[in-house]
Design a protein around this ligand. Sequence first.
Ligand code: SF4
Ligand code: SF4
Length: 419
Amino acid sequence: MMAWNDILEEINHCNKCGFCLPTCPTYQITGNELASPRGRIAMVEALAREEITVGNGLDEALSYCLDCRACETACPSGVQYHKILEAGRQRLWSERPASRTYPWVVRQALNTVTRPKRLARMTWVARRLKKLPLPRALKQFTPMLAHTAPLPSPLPDVPAPQHAVHFFEGCIMSAVFPEANQSARYLLQTCHVAVSSPQGQTCCGALHWHAGEIDTAKKLAKQNIAAFEVGSDFIVNTAGGCGATLQEYKHLLADEPLWAERAERFSQRVKDWSTVFLAYGGTVSLEGQGEHVTLQNSCHLVNVEKAGDDAVAVLERVNNQAFTPLRSQNMCCGSAGTYNLEHTEWSLKILDQKMDEVDSMGPDRILVNNPGCHLQMQWGTTRRPSTAAVVVEHLATYLYRAAKTAYNSSKQLDSGKVD
Ligand code: SF4
Ligand code: SF4
């Protein structure tokens, strides 16, 4: 964590202009200054100057922030809000440890994501629980975990590789959405990219870092850095939240002399899979099935990795589809790690705003690029009959099908079966 003097210097960059306010989901749903970036910065400043103590509403102000970082993208002064938030939360948690106790379900999530076998077991159970008559409090979460989709088969006529990447699996992506990871792998192979998955990799640590469990986050970061150290190729992934965390290892380990340089090198290699596909996949044909699709971009992909436009550009390359971006495409869906479990009421208000927009557009599919957004949007569609038929799907899964359709069409044309 930065020293308080440095935090105050960062805070001094904020000129209180308020440009960030309209981009902040919690300000949008409350209209309350204390639920806005400017209000939260003011609270941390008052704390740093010892004008307030850790009571005085600081807990509410800071814990209800999604850490989506839309305010950073909007800020004309380049204020690094997340550093101010992290300093405020650390101080709060150190002085009031009780403010850091999580609901049981969050504790289970933190304990599970680093244990692949346990995560696989829980996913299996969730898929079965979906069919049982559960109490509403539990039932509301089962659509989020009960996702199933068939695994894709390799795309034919894969060209010889000219590039190589290492694939970061991700704990939730590999347990709950293996079809999306596999689709991304096959798509990269069609654009001359050899894909390998190093042994020894683990959860990125995002949930622990955001929950203030810095020691666990650092331990996971070191394990990943060591696992991917061989080679200098890109490290690709299919989850905006994980990708952003991997890119930020350089900050997480900046004060550890033995790891800082290794973390910097690691972070520089991290790319979203769509960025690599966009760079190398220019000749891959993509054919949709005449559907109306929209995209919910991961806020960390947009605001931290700055790669949200790559996802849009890849999607725009698909023929025979109608793509209408959500007006709020780059705004957080309310999932935000464990936010939807800790602050369910606010999370649902943010989600319902998004679903109002989906409802008015009437798409066939909502495409996503992060597991938290996937589960959250799936939850959103099931909350009202008018959107219950909308399919939520990872962008890679959709594009894999588009590549396969284009390939099959070209073969039919070659064999004269189609005019
Ligand atoms: S990180 Fe997101 S929720 Fe938090 S203050 Fe910034 S825009 Fe608002
Ligand atoms: S964080 Fe940036 S955009 Fe928000 S009030 Fe401060 S200077 Fe303005």
